[in-house]
Design a protein around this ligand. Structure first.
Ligand code: OOB
Length: 555
């Protein structure tokens, strides 16, 4: 008994909980229904057992087959001795094993961390350290990168980690993901302990962040599933929906807006693509009669260009194209709708919670020029000035939000949470928005020190901290620069300590980019451009004036 109590305590450790009156309200309103994500998928698998759930290359899984694989994996994990609350880093590309690993781990109450394929040693070891993860599941290779080497480095350096599972070719010392012992019935092998409830943290999403290291976002079963079911309703998914997954599966957009989980909820079919290019995806769309795709604006632009250059207009074949993750230019939105006959839906969301959609029935001008409206009537939204005073409708200000699927704090970082949330629990999104007369949100910019590189978020401070460690860097400042394809790219301004034998600036640039890469930061965080300066411009407060640096770049 005592042991159980302490386990419950352990499950809440480092988590900022929803205050009791909000818990009551979200339950009373039927948002939180007390179902775990594992129970949720079992229900889907029973209801749609013979439907095709997943297509991954040549492999097809019915819902029943997928559940069978999940159960087998859960048995394996349980036999390995993993327990409720143990963290597991899952870093997989768009392959079926992602879902087996994710639902399998959840089945025994483990807590997955949704690492992206682009993450490298710096991020992965940080996630392991933060959560004391015991297991790391990765692919052998993807996009030319060998994850086994990364995994072994982590195994050497991270104390808590004691097992690697590799999808694909494993080294002799590793366990291959798909080699499991015999697969007797799940119920007899492992039972989810009763102390695990839907109110507990199910898994961790990752924040794009604006300070130092990426923060972990604890999502509970209850809050996440509410956003999933509500999103599936808004997006009108059904058993006939065929969704192509192009963006990384583990991203919040891909998982829940309405994403794979929304799709499973309605019994549709998910087709996985590892190649986001127009040529690869257009072939999938034709072959499988895809009805739904979600893209970031940069990909939507590159697909539109392919159509412009003479490829078949696949936009007209789709029932819906969702675009989100970064600001979609009005001109591209208009082109998609008016020229390519596309049914467009804009999605403005964040892994911390709040998601907004333009609705199918919205006026076309709203769909072109706004980022939609909130999922829930209980998503509380405020637009405030620098002093947190609420602004009249229509004025541009900081977006704050609180609601039934928005977190109240990042995992285990009380200091950071004091700035990222208001005292009464509103999340400071760092986005500058205005709300129009129709009640739709328009994203006008951001106040957080972050670069949105084609939907991939870079916390500038994280990269600056790495650059500043170089012995010849006096100080650095990472700023965004406009890019026609990605929307934004990064440029690092470097105040350089001259040495006698400095190579040319071109070579220095190469060396510095390599330095960041070797440090182990995700590839997309490596500065796209580097400028060497003798001194930095400063604000009146003595901080580096990034606005001036950005203006220099544009000039
Ligand atoms: C999604 O989630 P994250 O956590 O990678 O990034 C969230 C941030 C937002 O705070 C905002 O700055 C930006 O990404 N963002 C957009 C946007 N959608 C996201 N900025 C302008 N227009 C949009 N449509 O990116 C995400 C999560 C769930 C659904 C969709 C996107």
């Amino acid at each position: 008994m005592i042991k159980q109590e302490s386990h419950v305590q352990h499950l809440w450790d480092g988590i900022v909980q929803y205050p009791p009156e909000f818990v009551e309200k979200y339950i009373a309103k039927g948002y939180w229904v007390g179902q775990t994500i594992s129970e949720f998928f079992i229900e889907c698998a029973e209801k749609y057992s013979q439907n095709t759930a997943l297509i991954c290359g040549e492999r097809k899984f019915s819902y029943a087959q997928l559940q069978q694989r999940i159960d087998e994996f859960a048995v394996y994990l349980s036999r390995q001795g993993y327990q409720v609350g143990d963290a597991v880093v899952i870093q997989l590309p768009n392959i079926a094993e992602f879902f087996i690993a994710y639902f399998g781990a959840l089945r025994i109450g483990m807590r997955p961390i949704m690492s992206l394929p682009a993450h490298r040693h710096s991020e992965v070891s940080h996630f392991i350290g933060q959560t004391q993860a015991k297991l790391y599941i990765c692919a052998d290779k993807f996009m030319g990168f060998d994850y086994r080497t990364l995994a072994h480095e982590c195994l050497k350096r991270c104390e808590s980690l004691h097992q690697i599972l590799v999808v694909g070719n494993a080294d002799e010392s590793d366990t291959r993901f798909d080699v499991w012992p015999d697969t007797t019935k799940f119920q007899q092998q492992c039972v989810v302990p009763p102390q695990l409830t839907a109110r507990h943290v199910a898994f961790f999403q990752l924040s794009g962040g604006s300070t130092g290291t990426p923060k972990l976002i604890p999502r509970t079963h209850d809050d996440y599933l509410y956003s999933v079911r509500a999103s599936a309703d808004i997006c009108e998914l059904n058993e006939h929906t065929k969704m192509l997954m192009v963006l990384p599966v583990a991203h919040n957009f891909s998982m829940s807006s309405a994403g794979s989980l929304g799709l499973f909820y309605t019994g549709g079919t998910l087709v996985l693509s590892q190649d986001p290019s127009a040529s690869a995806c257009f072939a999938f769309i034709k072959k499988y009669g895809i009805s739904h795709v979600a893209l970031v604006p940069a990909l939507a632009a590159s697909w539109a260009e392919a159509v412009q250059k003479g490829q078949e207009n696949i936009f007209a074949r789709l029932e819906v194209l969702q675009v989100g993750g970064a600001r979609l230019a009005d001109a591209l939105a208009r082109q998609l709708i008016e020229q390519y006959d596309c049914r467009l839906q804009q999605v403005f969301g964040m892994a911390e919670g709040l998601v907004n959609y333009t609705r199918y029935e919205d006026d076309i001008e709203q769909i072109i020029s706004t980022q939609g409206s909130r999922i829930s009537a209980d998503d509380e939204i405020k637009v405030v000035d620098d002093e947190d005073r609420e602004l009249p409708i229509g004025e541009i200000g900081h977006l704050l939000t609180r609601g039934p699927y928005t977190i109240r704090g990042y995992y285990n970082v009380p200091e950071h949470n004091r700035n990222a949330f208001t005292l009464d629990g509103f999340y400071r999104t760092g986005d500058l928005v205005r709300i129009n007369a129709e009640g739709n949100i328009i994203v006008e910019g951001r106040s957080k020190d972050q670069i949105n590189r084609g939907g991939e978020k870079i916390a500038t401070e994280e990269v600056e901290q790495v650059l500043n460690q170089h012995p010849q860097v006096i100080q650095s400042a990472l700023v965004s620069m406009p890019d026609s394809m990605l929307g934004e790219k990064s440029c690092a301004y470097i105040q350089w300590r001259m040495a006698e034998q400095d190579p040319s600036p071109t070579r220095l640039t190469m060396q510095l980019r390599q330095y960041v890469q070797q440090y182990g930061l995700a590839t997309y965080k490596i500065p796209d451009r580097i400028e060497f300066v003798e001194d930095m411009p400063y604000t009146a407060l003595g901080k580096i004036d990034k606005k001036a640096l950005r203006q220099r770049l544009v000039a």
